[in-house]
Every structure is written in structure tokens, then in C-alpha cells.
Design a protein around this ligand. Structure first.
Ligand code: SF4
Ligand code: SF4
Length: 130
């Protein structure tokens, strides 16, 4: 025992319990730390019930073709709903996978060239939390 510890002991101060590292449970056996859920895992909790009609629409294809050089929507949409079809020179819309986050109508297209509505009631993305 160190001199300081002996002085504290003799002064009547309570000593903290000594912890033996070998007696502590193995964190791996406890499954600790739990891995944080990845975005992919979280999105695995999401279900889709696509409507028959798209709730997303490009307002003016000419703007996509001639004005918008960087095709921003293909980068800003987290679900990669928009794709530039270079042969046809159009933006294709995989509306079935839309997460309804609203990015594409609030800056995701700097030209305001996307009309986004919400799907009919009971259709679209269905979030589950787990
Ligand atoms: S960002 Fe807007 S203008 Fe550009 S390609 Fe997409 S929808 Fe068209
Ligand atoms: S609402 Fe969100 S997920 Fe749906 S198309 Fe727009 S940016 Fe993509």
C-alpha cells in the first residue's frame, strides 16, 4: 500500500473499493459495445407500398437537358430516385423508392423543376421503428 493510501486509511477516510481487472466481465462476451445501426439497417425497417401513379414529376425536361449541367437531383436525393439517362437525355424517376423526405422540393433541384406531392393515403413509404 502506498504511503498516501496508508495516510488516508489511518485518517479514517473511506477507501474506494479496489477493482481487479481480471474479475470484470469480458465486454466481448457481453456483446458490448453494441454496434450502432447503420443507415442501411435502419432503411431495412422501411417498407414501401407504391401508388400506381408517380407523386413526383419533372416540370420542364428542357431545363434538365439544356440548363442544368450538374443534375443536382441525382446527388441530393438520399434514395437515388432520380437518374440521368444520358442516351434519352431525360431524368428517370423511380418514385416507388421515395422516402418522402422533401429534399427535392426544398432545394434539391435549384431550378425548382420538380413537383413533389405526397402519395395517396395508405401508399408510399411506411416507417417502422425498431
Ligand atoms: S436538378 Fe432539377 S433541373 Fe437539374 S436535372 Fe434534376 S430536376 Fe432537372
Ligand atoms: S422526397 Fe426525398 S426521397 Fe423522395 S424523391 Fe424527393 S429527395 Fe428523393
Amino acid at each position: 500500500m502506498s504511503i498516501e493510501a496508508e495516510q488516508e486509511r489511518s485518517s479514517g477516510k473511506e477507501q474506494p473499493a479496489e477493482v481487479c481487472p481480471d474479475c470484470l466481465p469480458d465486454p466481448e462476451e457481453l456483446g458490448w459495445p453494441q454496434p450502432a445501426p447503420t443507415v442501411a439497417n435502419r432503411l431495412g425497417l422501411v417498407k414501401f407500398k407504391p401508388d400506381s401513379n408517380s407523386h413526383l414529376r419533372i416540370i420542364n425536361g428542357e431545363v434538365c437537358r439544356h440548363t442544368c449541367r450538374r443534375k443536382y437531383c441525382t446527388h441530393s436525393c438520399p434514395a437515388q430516385v432520380y437518374r440521368w439517362e444520358s442516351e434519352e437525355k431525360v431524368i428517370s424517376i423511380a418514385f416507388e423508392g421515395c422516402l418522402e423526405c422533401g429534399t427535392c422540393r426544398s432545394g434539391g433541384c435549384p431550378y425548382g423543376n420538380i413537383e413533389m406531392r405526397y402519395p395517396r393515403g395508405g401508399y408510399g413509404v411506411q416507417y417502422r421503428f425498431g
